[in-house]
Ligand binder design. Structure first.
Ligand code: ACO
Length: 428
């Protein structure tokens, strides 16, 4: 690969260097281009823009490869746990036995949810969307730790380990507390003796205030879903979190913003939309053919299909497709929508429309089926995505803070009205 590129405009040549990553991905460094030429580069939606250099996650969308800090997702899914992978994503290396123990201890010792956070959660209308509550809950949590939200990178970095543990611990407590509140149920105490997922499931679904035992297969299925969501490089929510961090804001603010960005149906909200779609197909008695036709005609989208980066099977979807059967069997439930999902996939993967556009199942296509079988309400699916993604958002906050980089600030091509004269109201 050449190490420089020349852009020619009329008779002028502009020399730009080429940046190459450790996996041989290359990009033209356009940082000096505006200074040289007076022009900006235009890339609506950032489909061809590298916004940063990062060491957290590598994706090769054409080959369907995903690695956290160099480790293939398939290997982590088989051998690691969510908390171990969270450590890996945040700190860059697999933890030693002692490091993992200390990390687990920090997370479980983060304590009960502060009463002021619980009050914020319960101040929302009972039918408030859980993503709105989650974002607000994370903000409220930050205000309980004024020493960790100084918005001074150096100071916030010095206490980052504690902030990260508090957030990873509390994010599931906010989710569980809100679920119990809207169900009209008393909160269940957190039990630090339990594993991360057992404790969360117990806080969610226990019939007694003190929490009940959770079948290992259930907590294992949830642990896998969290692990598979731990990071996914510069997606919409992570870029939002990085954008907030670039202004010098603290990790709590960065994550609260990332949660909002995750909410939309084209991003994290797709897991809810998939179940809605599958339920509708199930209720209509159709085998999905009509839905596929509508998607091909541009009237709707096959939710859980397609990805900005993957032009191949999303490796996380492959793992979850395999996990669906074992999770459902362990739970002793059957899911009619799983058969519909499998059928939709089979049909779509043989259809010229989907083949031509390289549209394959993404992580959301099968995750919702497992989450539904675990008993989570559909409108909490994106919250579960957020719990899994928290380590990634934290890793990116840390990367930005450590780099001491500039504030992120894209430019635009203005297409609005040119200068005009203000007319007083009575003259309009
Ligand atoms: N169903 C039907 N057609 C689709 C789908 C789909 N799910 N996704 C893309 N297309 C079509 C588009 O209509 C377009 O067709 P055209 O070229 O004839 O106009 C073409 O494929 C390219 O689509 P874009 O929207 O340009 O692709 P982009 O990379 O911008 O979008 C996205 C990616 C948003 C994920 C899209 O595939 C989509 O909407 N999928 C459904 C929602 C979804 O599952 N989101 C979750 C993504 S994973 C995540 O965020 C965790």
């Amino acid at each position: 690969m050449e190490d420089s590129a020349t852009i020619r405009i009329g008779n002028d040549n502009y020399d730009l260097s080429i940046i190459t990553g450790t996996e041989d991905e290359s990009g033209i460094d356009v940082r000096s281009f505006r200074k040289q030429s007076g022009l900006i580069t235009f890339d609506d939606g950032y489909g061809n823009t590298g916004s940063c250099e990062s060491k957290v996650t590598f994706i090769d969308g054409d080959k369907g490869i995903l690695r956290y800090r160099g480790y293939p997702i398939e290997e982590l899914a088989e051998k690691s746990t969510f908390l171990e992978s969270a450590y890996l994503v945040i700190y860059g290396e697999l933890p030693s036995h002692d490091q993992l123990q200390a990390f687990r201890h920090r997370v479980s010792a983060a304590g009960v949810l502060p009463e002021s956070v619980a009050s914020v959660i319960e101040a929302f209308p009972q039918d408030a969307h859980p993503m709105a509550v989650l974002s607000a809950g994370i903000h409220a949590l930050g205000t309980c730790h004024p020493d960790k939200i100084s918005n001074d990178r150096v100071k916030d970095l010095a206490v980052f380990d504690e902030s990260a543990a508090i957030i990873i611990s509390a994010i599931r407590k906010i989710a569980a507390r809100h679920h119990r509140f809207r169900m009209g149920l008393a909160p269940v105490k957190s039990n630090p003796e339990k594993t991360y997922c057992e404790n969360f499931l117990s806080m969610m679904f226990s019939k007694t205030d003190n929490g009940e035992a959770v079948p290992p297969a259930v907590s294992k299925a949830l642990d896998l879903i969290f692990l598979l969501h731990a990071d996914h490089e510069q997606n919409c929510s992570t870029s939002t979190g990085r954008m907030i961090a670039s202004g010098g804001a603290n990790p709590f603010a960065s994550l609260a913003g990332a949660v909002c960005a995750l909410w939309g149906p084209l991003h994290g909200g797709a897991n809810m939309a998939v179940i809605k779609m599958l339920d509708e197909i199930h209720e209509s008695g159709d085998d999905g053919s009509r839905f596929i036709l509508a998607a091909k005609e541009g009237k709707t989208r096959l939710m859980g299909f397609g990805h900005r980066v993957y032009r191949n099977y999303d490796p996380r979807a492959k793992i979850l497709k395999g996990a669906c059967d074992s999770a459902l069997e362990a739970l002793g439930v059957s899911s009619p929508i799983l058969d519909i999902a499998r059928h939709l996939e089979e049909v779509a993967l043989q259809d010229e429309y989907f083949i031509k556009r390289k549209l394959y199942p993404n992580v959301d296509f099968y995750s919702g089926i497992i989450l539904q079988a675990l008993g989570f309400p559909t409108d909490m699916f994106t919250v579960l995505f957020a719990i899994g993604r928290a380590p990634g958002w934290l890793a990116h906050w840390k990367e930005i803070a450590e780099s001491g980089g500039k504030i992120h600030r894209p430019r635009q091509i203005y297409q609005g009205a040119t200068e005009r004269v203000y007319l007083p109201l009575e003259e309009r």
